[in-house]
Design a protein. Structure first.
Lengths: 455, 455
């Protein structure tokens, strides 16, 4: 009967300490989202495969976890369908549901299903796990949390501005110094138009991104190797060597893109976002970065990414403006803009930089040592009072050896321990031991509560 | 391409208002659990079928959602296994994982897997969804949250006492008047022993429970119909007519059970729990109820349930003491005691009694109406200040018609709206409209913040 238990590969248990840290991260993001008027929704872990399939490309379809139909799932399957041994085709006959792969498609499905109850613009956030049958590797899991906020039903660039403020506020609260990178899909389209190489825009941004590492000459060589002609490469020179303030960069780009209506629209949008952010004031720097080119096919306007300054780590937050979120579900013309915080990476950054506030990860603050029945009877009303005053308090349930009880306090990093023996009971007091400094003092119950609450 | 989207039957989307209410419920429970030193853990949605199967009886096995193996899941299945068309057997060949069915088995698995890192007693809580392929019906879902706290590795009855305090504190914070019902499996065993009808204990408790409705005579008739002889029924009389205070009831039971060692142990345990609770003081009533007989096969000591007093609803919280939680995973001898709050039912009770605190379900507190570019430029720094002071604030992103913007405020139940036109800009003020009373006043930004924060 006994079996050595395990969990599916790519999944994780979260221990109390990890949970406290994750709660700190999610609670911080949640409260900032709320501060900006975003409302939380949740959708079911399982969606119909009709909702999920075909939304993430062929590769994505393969990575969906499919849920076997309940009951006699074979009853409607014909013999030849079985004997075909076509795993993919059979799956569509024996599974109707799958686990959600991201939060965007369920959100689009939500908006369409509840369109009659929604007042647009709809500002929603959602913090839930998603599942992908990716090959597990360091930092990549089969179950992980996404942490998205989107506004749909408004074309206003104020939404972009507010999302940047949200990013700035969240990382300021975390104490993580970041650089926000911003670009605009329309600027990239404009560049491609101007140099007559619409299909090469990804190659171009990748090449430009190498400037610091390989130098201008090599960048130009690389562009040439991708089939760009001399004229195109010449036109790109001001963009490759782009530097200075955001305003200076925008002026150069505007000049290069003077022939492209779309490009100029991108410049104008970016200028509005950056100018407006100046009037509200950000703590962190935001820079225009033309090499930023995330998810080209999905995004249609502003795009942004966040990088931590004090520890090497990929993008820890990203997002952008997209069109037609809900078209696939029969509700066209709804534009939106969103961001997604990378919870796992932020978790690692805060660990590396040791930025978790002590209070956020302290569980129990005070442990009463259990010396026996009489002492417990004396302690219980004090324990109750401490809790009433908001102090997270435990009394060790068994009168175990002192050593075991102190180990318990240490294992749970409990900062204060209360000791009560004959002496204390006689004087109506409690000895409070500060586990960090080792100092002890004998206090009345009221003094003890004041002492702990003053921290 | 367009499809009318839906969600799997028995699952739910949670709207912003529902989420706010649920967060209020979970946050309240979470903070009380923490106050008593319980630590949160989370386990993966998917467990291996090895972990899940055989833990919930044959019926439970059928209700597990199984997840199809990724990739070519048929490759290792022989032809005859396919042609057998045995759904259950084939499932075990093409599925290795399932969705968790409750939080108890994953917790047991967690304890065994992490035994080396755990300091006992381990006080954990866990708030996560579980999935069951039950036939959906009113109030029964295929995805629902459980909200469990357990202490394992301690036999002390102080744990039972603290769980009762937790229940009392949680419902006091909710403002729901409840009665806590307590019983003890050992008392029920004792009764069965004394009357020589060990297999009839469920029939007996069911019959006794009908006393108020059908009267003593009919209860005795029913007992007789279940095969109890006259002697047994005679011995049961004091127990059927049990009334008075908990102490009075215990005295009667103690006398009836004087021949049963187990029964007397149950009386003693119950007396300790109730006496200790008297010294700490509960807000709600706790009563010994011998007709309480939940999950007999699972529980071994104290059992308890909670009923709301002011609205008819089944048990809204329950739990008890059990032995050998982890034996099935090869770690015998670990006793525990736990409770589980019924989140869906509590949600309904708070709705019925209209007990959600306004503040907990208010999202955005202040909306700035958007009258155009110039006005927006004037408003943005004020919006930023309001947020800095903690006020959840929005500015409508588009300069839409006033009517649309006011509908938005109403739909989101935003209590305050800020209006800024020529006049306000000239005077450096903002007109604040109280959406409940309809009154308006013209205020400086600082006055506006003070006004809203004073509520």
């Amino acid at each position: 009967m006994a079996q050595k238990p395990s969990i599916p590969k790519g999944t994780r248990d979260f221990s109390p300490v990890e949970m406290a840290k994750r709660n700190y991260i999610f609670d911080t993001i949640r409260s900032v989202y709320a501060l900006y008027g975003f409302q939380q929704i949740e959708t079911p872990a399982m969606e119909t495969l009709d909702t999920l399939l075909g939304k993430y490309g062929e590769e994505g379809d393969k990575l969906l976890f499919k849920v076997l139909n309940s009951g006699d799932y074979l009853s409607k399957v014909a013999d030849d369908e079985l004997n075909d041994r076509n795993s993919l085709r059979l799956a569509s006959r024996i599974c109707e549901k799958g686990l959600r792969y991201d939060l965007t498609v369920p959100f689009a499905r939500y908006v369409v299903m509840h369109r009659d109850q929604l007042q647009l613009p709809f500002k929603r956030y959602q913090i839930q796990p998603v599942w992908r049958a990716d090959r597990p590797q360091k930092g990549r899991y089969r179950e992980f949390f996404q942490c998205d906020a989107d506004v749909v039903g408004s074309d206003s660039l104020l939404n972009e501005v507010e999302l940047m403020q949200i990013v700035d506020t969240v990382f300021t609260r975390f104490g993580v110094r970041v650089r926000i990178l911003i670009n605009n899909r329309k600027i990239l389209t404009g560049i491609a138009e101007v140099i007559g190489a619409a299909d090469k825009i990804v190659d171009i941004t990748v090449a430009i991104d190498k400037l610091d590492k390989i130098g201008l000459e090599n960048v130009n060589e690389e562009l040439k190797s991708h089939g760009l002609n001399k004229d195109a490469i010449d036109k790109l020179q001001p963009i490759i060597s782009l530097s200075g303030t955001n305003d200076e960069k925008l002026a150069v780009i505007k000049d290069v893109l003077k022939e492209s209506e779309t490009g100029l629209k991108g410049v104008e949008e970016t200028k509005f976002i950056l100018d407006t952010l100046k009037t509200v004031g950000l703590t962190n720097e935001i820079s225009l970065d033309l090499t930023l080119a995330r998810g080209l096919n999905y995004y249609t306007g502003a795009i942004f990414e966040v990088k931590a300054l004090d520890t090497p780590m990929g993008s820890i937050t990203g997002g952008g403006r997209y069109d037609n979120l809900t078209g696939i579900f029969g509700m066209p013309g709804l534009s939106g803009v969103g961001i997604s915080f990378g919870a796992d990476r932020i978790f690692d950054v805060l660990n590396t930089l040791d930025l978790y506030p002590k209070d956020a990860i302290t569980g129990t603050q005070l442990l009463f040592i259990n010396f026996g029945e009489k002492e417990t009877e004396y302690c219980l009303p004090v324990v109750a009072k401490a809790r009433q005053s908001g102090i997270r308090t435990e009394i060790f349930p068994d009168s175990s050896k002192m050593k075991k009880q102190m180990s318990y306090a240490n294992a749970k990093s409990i900062p204060y321990v209360a000791l009560v023996g004959e002496n204390e009971m006689k004087e109506g007091k409690i000895t409070l031991k500060d586990m960090t400094t080792g100092t002890q003092q004998m206090l009345t119950p009221e003094e003890l509560i004041t002492e702990i609450n003053k921290l």
